[in-house]
Design a binder for this molecule. Structure first.
Ligand code: TMP
Length: 213
């Protein structure tokens, strides 16, 4: 089973992914947690280029191709083998991030993005995707607090430095994707406290697991 988590900066994906992995592991699933960009050693080098605030001169097309390169390596090296061996893979961001960040927010050609995603993913799609939905002013505040207390490096803040309008487009993009495919996506209100968010995700997860059986 392949589960992805999406959302704006500071939505709490990392924390919730840990909760879900604990829950599934207790139920007997062998879980692998991973993320994009940077799920592999090669991907971590690509991540450093992508998120470095000094990369501000990066052309949007270059950005798109680097995310695609990271994803290709990630699927081939890590995700596909893990799924083939029967593991449950939980991934912090996947191809929907490209549709939303490079498509909705950077306004790159959607047909090109879908074509690239199609080539990299082939027959491959998450079984379920949780969108942690949050007002961008709150998310950005949380994200910068993490940088301040050292939980996140300031060498990875190129997207946090984008303006509020950019982050509003991201949020609207995710909600639009969810409207178009309510079967794969579940939108979770991430403004609630950590425990309430966890409970809501677990409820949706249990329903979906039953539907998949
Ligand atoms: P994060 O690992 O802290 O979520 O940071 C990753 C950043 O990269 C985040 O701002 C979203 C962005 N991103 C894209 O723009 N396109 C993509 O395809 C992916 C996977 C991430």
């Amino acid at each position: 089973m392949f589960i992805t988590f999406e959302g704006i900066e500071g939505a709490g994906k990392t924390t919730q992914i840990r909760h879900i992995a604990d829950y599934l592991s207790a139920k007997g699933h062998r879980c692998m947690i991973t993320k994009e960009p940077g799920g592999t050693a090669i991907g971590r080098r690509i991540r450093a280029i992508l998120l470095d605030p000094d990369s501000r001169g990066m052309h949007p097309g270059t950005e798109l191709l680097l995310y695609a390169a990271d994803r290709n390596q990630h699927i081939q090296e890590l995700i596909r083998p893990a799924l083939s061996s029967g593991k449950t893979v939980i991934c912090d961001r996947f191809h929907d991030s490209t549709v939303v960040y490079q498509g909705y927010a950077r306004a790159l050609d959607m047909a090109l993005i879908h074509d690239l995603n199609q080539r990299v993913l082939a027959d491959f799609l998450p079984d379920m995707t949780f969108i942690l939905d949050l007002e961008p002013t709150i998310g950005l505040k949380r994200a910068w607090q993490e940088v301040k207390r050292g939980a996140r490096t300031d060498r990875e803040t190129r997207f946090e430095k984008e303006d509020l309008a950019f982050h509003q487009k991201i949020r609207a993009g995710y909600l639009d994707l969810a409207r178009r495919d309510p079967v794969r996506f579940t939108v979770i209100d991430a403004s609630q406290d950590e425990g309430a968010v966890k409970d809501e995700i677990l409820r949706a997860l249990t329903d979906k697991l039953q539907a998949l059986l």
